[in-house]
Ligand binder design. Structure first.
Ligand SMILES: NC(=O)c1ccc[n+]([C@@H]2O[C@H](COP(=O)([O-])OP(=O)(O)OC[C@H]3O[C@@H](n4cnc5c(N)ncnc54)[C@H](O)[C@@H]3O)[C@@H](O)[C@H]2O)c1
Length: 253
């Protein structure tokens, strides 16, 4: 299946690395003008520069998704650069140290919620203010397999990712009548810098985890990106408030 985003503009948050970078590349490869946003300014400038050097329309935006003013400015920069916003992937997220609930720190809890849940809400709010006026658009929020099941040691992350599905369903109902399709992606363990960092901290957990994945391997960022592009395509126009699970069968068991 070939999906074209020719003549359209896409925004990806957390686009400097991992799943977000793969999605930005995929949107660009499908013909979209792409805005890559990330809190890591040097990395996102380098990523957007590489896409531009390859002949794509790409801009870098420094944005901390926890800051609503940054997010409002980010959407404004996309419109200023491309004149439109057709597809948005609210992907930026962080992992916080593994700790049982009785031992977890409030600071880590607040950070996980600020980036992974409030950050998605900030993005939804300001993207929708624009898309509502356009009368069309597509948004994908990044949840996780941890949005579907409990994850021992990752209470705040799991709570945030469950919350993303609640936000997604609610916004999807609110904006389906406006012609805006809003869905979520639930990646399973995927080969990105986030997972590499977790593997470095807890190599024994990672080996056990991979052993539990029916597909027998980590996901590839490009596989998650492919699902995101489909959710943003006209073929998914009747898919509203859904969560696509791409986890090698982990949560099917
Ligand atoms: N990799 C996995 O196994 C996996 C599994 C399930 C869900 N996810 C989710 O997928 C998304 C991407 O994960 P990844 O593995 O590619 O992570 P990653 O750490 O490899 O990349 C995340 C990117 O987000 C950026 N970022 C972090 N905080 C930010 C903020 N406040 N504002 C803007 N950008 C910020 C980082 O700078 C980085 O470039 C996250 O939401 C994550 O929770 C990942």
């Amino acid at each position: 299946m070939t999906i074209s985003f020719e003549g359209q503009a896409a925004l990806v948050t957390g686009a400097a690395a991992g799943i977000g970078l793969a999605a930005a590349r995929a949107f660009a490869g499908a013909g979209a003008a792409v805005a890559l946003a990330d809190v890591d300014e040097p990395a996102v400038r380098s990523a957007a520069g590489a896409l531009a050097a390859a002949g794509h329309r790409a801009i870098a935006i420094r944005c901390d998704v926890t800051r609503e003013a940054d997010v409002a400015a980010m959407v404004g920069q996309v419109i200023a650069a491309f004149g439109r916003l057709d597809a948005a992937f609210n992907n930026a997220g962080v992992q916080v140290p593994v700790a049982e609930t009785a031992e977890a720190s409030g600071k880590d809890f607040d950070q996980a919620i600020a980036v992974n849940l409030r950050g998605v809400w900030n993005c939804l709010k300001h993207e929708l203010r624009h898309m509502r006026g356009q009368g069309r658009g597509a948004i994908v929020n990044c949840s996780s397999q941890s949005g579907l099941v409990g994850t021992a040691g990752l209470g705040a992350y799991t709570a945030a990712k469950h919350g993303v599905l609640g936000l997604t369903k609610t916004a999807a109902l609110e904006y389906a009548p406006w012609g805006i399709q809003i869905n979520a992606i639930c990646p399973g363990p995927t080969d990105t810098p986030m997972v590499a960092a977790a593997a470095a901290d807890h190599p024994e957990h990672m080996t056990t985890l991979i052993g539990q994945i029916p597909a027998g391997r980590l996901g590839r960022p490009e596989e998650i990106a492919a699902a995101v592009l489909w959710l943003c395509s006209p073929g998914a126009a009747f898919t509203i408030g859904h969560a696509i699970v791409s986890d090698g069968g982990l949560t099917t068991q």
